[in-house]
Design a protein around this ligand. Structure first.
Ligand SMILES: [Zn+2]
Ligand SMILES: [Zn+2]
Length: 240
């Protein structure tokens, strides 16, 4: 499992709905300490005995607010060094975001590669190779630039979100994807959409527009999924 941004109760329910047993979850990989990524973590570690994997610096930042997390569930992982868990080779890589440290994950198994990068203000040189190597990419498309600028957020928050250590806007993500698209990229999942400054329709329109400007027609490859904030997405199988 990667992050636990909703309550443990909701996570258990969604897993049950999808016929996924909690016993098959071998741990939680944690990207950073923001509440929309760790809300259910303490209960999952305490009641479900799940170990949680993240860097020393992220652990320190989580434990300042989530004091009830038991020490024996903590697994420290290095940056940019592979480790093995539950049949997956996993590598954490740093991304730019306004938390004490934030990481993405690159996960390999059965010859397929998955990269997950939510919460990044821009795509830095360290993160780019992991993102480009993915067969399945989960990347944020957080806000529509116009909706954010014209919206109700206070100036400091708009500036934070737009900064190099905030979030990726729809045009930023779409332009980057149009640049890196290749036959190896079979699935793009656009994630971490802002509740107030984005809609799935606008994300898709922006992507289509950026692709069209570069002469790329979306014809089912890669398959595009816009991930819902509060509901499980359809199951994606990379290996039959
Ligand atoms: Zn964050
Ligand atoms: Zn977030």
């Amino acid at each position: 499992m990667i992050d636990a941004g909703i309550s443990a109760t909701a996570i258990r329910k969604f897993l049950k709905d999808m016929d996924i047993s909690m016993q098959t979850i071998m741990g939680v990989l944690v990207t950073h300490n923001h509440i929309d990524h760790v809300r259910g973590l303490e209960v999952l570690t305490r009641k479900d005995n799940l170990p949680a994997f993240t860097t020393f610096k992220i652990w320190k930042s989580i434990l300042t607010s989530q004091k009830k997390i038991t020490q024996d569930c903590i697994r420290e992982i290095p940056l940019q060094q592979k480790f093995h868990l539950a049949g997956f080779d996993i590598e954490a890589f740093p991304v730019c975001h306004d938390a004490p440290e934030t990481i993405g994950f690159h996960i390999c198994a059965g010859g397929k590669k998955i990269t997950i990068a939510t919460d990044l203000g821009h795509i830095c040189q360290t993160a780019a190779p992991y993102i480009q190597a993915a067969n399945l990419l989960v990347i944020e498309s957080n806000y529509d630039e116009q909706m954010l600028v014209n919206g109700k957020y206070p100036h400091f928050l708009k500036a934070r979100i737009q900064s190099d250590h905030g979030h990726l806007g729809n045009h930023q993500t779409s332009a980057f994807l149009a640049d890196i698209i290749s036959d190896n990229l079979s699935n793009i999942c656009l994630a971490h959409l802002s509740k107030n400054n984005n809609t799935p329709e606008i994300v898709l329109q922006t992507l289509q527009q950026n692709f069209l400007e570069r002469g790329i027609i979306l014809n089912g490859h890669p398959q595009i999924s816009i991930l819902n904030r509060n509901m499980p997405s359809n199951m994606i199988r990379l290996i039959e």
